[in-house]
Design a protein around this ligand. Sequence first.
Ligand SMILES: [Zn+2]
Length: 117
Amino acid sequence: MGSARTYSPRKKNIRDSADRCYYCGHLFKRSGEFCRTFDHVIPVAKGGRSTKDNLVVACRRCNNLKSDLTLYETVGRINDRLRFATDKKEIEELKVLRQCFLNAAKLRKSNKKGGRK
Ligand SMILES: [Zn+2]
């Protein structure tokens, strides 16, 4: 609440919010790990469909990390990586990413229920 920075693609056309990664919020670049990809929030392998609701734009880093996992499974994968990570920078990055995916998961959950009671 009161956050001025929301880039929820809810209701918006995917293209309107396509300048940033849905998960980590990074601005897209033309190439490299922050280049633009499409991601199924609920993976196709788990019954997700190619609908506007389920398709988001994500940077390649997030997409690679998530692959065919759900948001919460991705958080689990990040936790696994954290367990073996030794590089300080990598650990910081993973922690930020974990929070991003947690936020996304919460956002999806509240959207689905209409956001209010
Ligand atoms: Zn990203």
